[in-house]
Design a protein around this ligand. Structure first.
Ligand code: COA
Length: 387
């Protein structure tokens, strides 16, 4: 297996983007990534694109071909493949690109993710997102994603010491970070009171406990490590790529407050990299809801079960803490265009490791991790990147 590096990265701004289309979002992110790597389109050997639900959101399928065409690559007949794993589509797209390069089959591969969610109303969006759960056992019974994560939050708060205020502090922190990220959907800091007084979505989760509905795209270019310096002075090494799955329904799980697929993917990633949680300088976790960040930092092994609320309150996960979590603003404040999120996480860690993260830069960052979840934890992708 060959060592793999990220040699270029690009991302659109995230938000409600009425003035652009799905295809233009992708082309913008792809062009930024290629420009960053100093590459021309015809040098690409393969393209993977993470997308959850273009069929529901924009009534378009056959996304791989569409993207290759509008990226100007149709006449080069570049192999272009859509990767779908709900909100983990981006993370799996990155993993497919890494596998293609590591195997020796391809050299220069683009891993991208794109979602245009706001062309339909909130009801239609929430219903499309519910397709990431089990439609027969959960969706038809009325379960939405906020509803499912609310059940996780209730169960967690019943069994472990997590206060409503500690949960809200996850959102306060992530909005603070988002306010320092030029691509973030929400650019304003918020107070604890803002979260606690926001409207109830699914008890105990309130509006500011939820990630928003977002348009956006991100792309990165990967290459064999031994060719990376042809394109960049700062290649970012892929130290581990891991994936795990679990039951699609929440009620079939051994324990609904522990995402066993996160535990498995995290352990596999640490084993592959020969590292442990204390080696990680910062981590982008899948905080689709505030409770998801609490579970993630425990399930990845950064603290024991039941401690994440306390360490959040103590500032351990803040920008200036010992383990900065979601320096981009996370899904909560940076936004969550579902197919693009996993790639945006890699984009953020790449910026941090290159020292290009501006007002949210972690001084001396050497090793970062990404954690991307599909559904309530039926698919998880974890990557470790380093300089
Ligand atoms: N956090 C903070 N503010 C939010 C927000 C969020 N998650 N979602 C919307 N807003 C803001 C909007 O910017 C808008 O502000 P404005 O009035 O100042 O312009 C206001 O709240 C109303 O926005 P609107 O678009 O009408 O919200 P909504 O009620 O249609 O949607 C949710 C709110 C929570 C239902 C929606 O964001 C949601 O479903 N989020 C979860 C997405 C999800 O499940 N993703 C997959 C996870 S696995």
């Amino acid at each position: 297996m060959r060592d793999v590096a990220v040699i270029g990265a690009g991302c659109t701004t995230f938000g409600e983007k009425w003035d652009t289309s799905f295809r233009n979002l992708f082309v913008e992110a792809g062009a930024l990534a290629l420009e960053d790597a100093g590459l021309a389109g015809e040098q690409i050997d393969a393209l993977y694109v993470g997308n959850m639900s273009a069929g529901r959101f924009i009534e378009q399928e056959h996304i791989g071909a569409l993207i290759a065409d509008y990226a100007g690559l149709a006449s080069h007949h570049v192999p272009a493949t859509r990767v779908e794993a709900a909100c983990a589509s981006g993370g799996l797209s990155f993993r497919q690109a890494v596998i293609a390069v590591a195997s020796g089959l391809e050299d220069i591969v683009v891993a991208a993710g794109v979602e245009k969610m706001t062309d339909v109303g909130t009801g239609a969006s929430v219903d499309a997102l519910a397709g990431a759960a089990d439609r027969e056992w959960e969706g038809f019974a009325g379960a939405t994603f906020p509803g499912l994560y609310a059940m996780i939050a209730r169960d967690y708060m019943h069994r472990y010491p997590l206060t409503r205020e500690q949960l809200a502090l996850v959102a306060v922190k992530n909005h603070y970070n988002g306010a320092r990220n030029p691509i973030a959907q929400f650019q304003q800091e918020i107070s604890l009171e803002t979260v606690l007084k926001s409207s109830l979505v699914a008890d105990p989760l309130r509006l500011f406990d939820c990630s928003p509905i977002t348009d956006g795209a991100a792309a990165v270019v990967v290459a064999p490590l031994d060719r990376a310096r042809e394109f960049t002075d700062t290649p970012i090494r892929v130290l581990a790529s891991a994936q795990a799955s679990d039951t699609i329904t929440l009620h079939d799980r051994r324990d609904i407050s522990t995402l066993d697929a996160t535990v498995a993917a995290g352990q596999r990633a640490f084993r592959m990299a020969g590292l442990s949680p204390s080696d990680i300088d910062m981590v982008e976790v899948h905080d689709c809801f505030t409770i998801a960040e609490i579970c993630a930092i425990e399930d990845l092994g950064f603290c024991r079960k039941g401690e994440a609320g306390r360490i959040t309150e103590e500032g351990v996960t803040a920008l200036n803490g010992d383990l900065p979590v979601n320096t981009s603003g996370g899904l909560k404040a940076c936004g969550h265009p579902v197919g693009a999120t996993g790639i945006k996480q890699v984009y953020e860690i790449t910026q941090q490791l290159r020292g290009e993260a501006g007002r949210r830069q972690i001084t001396g960052a050497q090793i970062g991790m990404t954690h991307n979840v599909g559904g309530t934890g039926a698919t998880v992708a974890v990557h470790i990147l380093g300089v």
